[in-house]
Design a protein around this ligand. Structure first.
Ligand SMILES: Cc1cc2nc3c(=O)[nH]c(=O)nc-3n(C[C@H](O)[C@H](O)[C@H](O)COP(=O)(O)O)c2cc1C
Length: 262
C-alpha cells in the first residue's frame, strides 16, 4: 500500500481515528505500534506516514516515542501526526517533532482531536451527552484531517505554550514512572480468570497466575486492562471503585486484541 498509519491506543479513541482516516485517505495500511515495534529493520516504503496516539501528560506515550526513535525516515516522506486528547494537549507535538527529526524526517503536519478522556485514575467516563457530541466532532475533524493529508499540506507545528512548557520537566518525570505504576492495579474479587486483560495489554505486561491477573513492570499506563475488563474486576489503588468505565463505542474487544486481529 501507498500509505501507512501507525497507532497506539488504550481505549480505542486513537484506533477509531486511525481506521476512519485510512478509509478516507485510501490505499492505507493501519498498523499497531505494539506489533510494529517488534519488527527489526522496518522498511518505510510509503508516501504518507501517519502516527495516531493519545496524549499522556502532554507527551506522546513512551512506546510511541521509542518506536519513532527506531525508525529511519527520508525527506521524501510526508509525515503527519494526530494526537487524541481529553482536555489539554500541551507540548505533545514539540516532543514528537524532535523524535522525528532525530530519525531523519520532518513532521509536516500535526492535528489534535479532542475526544472523551479515559484517565480513570483521575476521573470516570464523561456523561453520554458529552461523548455523543464529541463523536460528531470526531467525524467532522477526521474529514478535515484527511483532506489535509491527501493534499500533503505542511503547516507550522504547534510547539506548546508558556504553561505547557513549564510542565515539561514534570511530564517527562511522570511518564518515566509509568512502567512501574502497574503495581497499583489489582483485581477486586469479581475476576473469573477470563484473561481479557492479559490479551488486551498492548505491551504484554499482564500474566494470569492461578486464575488471577498479575502486572509486571513494563506498563504504558494506557488503562486498557481496567477499562475493557468485562467484569469490572480491576481497580487502580482505591480511587476507581465508583468510577464509570470508558471505551470507544465503535471499537470491539477483538480489534483491541492485537494477536487475534492482525
Ligand atoms: C496516563 C494518561 C494521561 C493522560 N494525559 C492527558 C493529558 O495530559 N491531556 C489530555 O488532554 N488528555 C490526557 N489523557 C486522556 C487521553 O489522552 C485521551 O482520552 C485519549 O483520547 C485516549 O486515547 P485512546 O482511547 O486511544 O487510548 C490521558 C490519559 C491517560 C491514560
Amino acid at each position: 500500500m501507498k500509505n501507512v498509519i501507525f497507532y497506539f491506543t488504550g481505549t480505542g479513541n486513537s484506533l477509531a481515528v486511525a481506521k476512519k482516516l485510512a478509509n478516507k485517505i485510501g490505499d492505507t495500511e493501519v498498523i499497531a505500534i505494539s506489533n510494529a515495534i517488534k519488527e527489526k529493520g522496518l522498511e518505510l516504503n510509503y508516501e504518507r506516514i501517519g502516527f495516531v496516539f493519545p496524549v499522556y501528560y502532554y507527551l506522546p506515550p513512551n512506546i510511541v516515542r521509542e518506536f519513532v526513535n527506531r525508525l529511519s525516515f527520508s525527506k521524501a516522506h510526508y509525515i503527519f501526526a494526530v494526537a487524541t486528547y481529553g482536555g489539554i494537549y500541551g507540548g505533545v507535538f514539540k516532543d514528537l517533532y524532535e523524535c522525528i527529526k532525530n530519525s531523519g524526517g520532518v513532521l509536516n503536519a500535526a492535528f489534535s482531536l479532542c475526544m472523551p478522556g479515559n484517565y480513570i485514575v483521575e476521573y470516570g467516563a464523561f456523561p453520554e451527552a458529552i461523548t455523543n457530541f464529541q463523536s460528531k466532532w470526531e467525524k467532522r475533524r477526521v474529514g478535515i484531517i484527511a483532506e489535509n493529508v491527501l493534499q500533503r499540506k505542511s503547516q507550522a507545528i504547534p510547539k506548546g505554550n508558556f504553561i505547557s512548557n513549564l510542565f515539561t520537566e514534570y511530564s517527562y518525570k511522570k511518564v518515566k514512572e509509568f512502567k512501574a505504576m502497574a503495581v497499583n492495579f489489582h483485581e477486586n474479587g469479581s475476576c473469573n480468570g477470563c484473561a481479557v486483560c492479559s490479551k488486551i495489554c498492548p505491551v504484554g505486561n499482564i500474566n494470569i497466575n492461578d486464575g488471577k491477573p498479575t502486572w509486571g513492570n513494563n506498563c504504558e499506563h494506557c488503562m486498557a486492562c481496567i477499562q475493557w475488563c468485562p467484569h469490572k474486576a480491576i481497580e487502580y489503588g482505591n480511587v476507581t471503585q465508583k468510577r464509570r468505565r470508558y471505551k470507544h463505542s465503535e471499537i470491539s474487544l477483538k480489534e483491541m486484541m492485537l494477536d487475534e486481529s492482525e
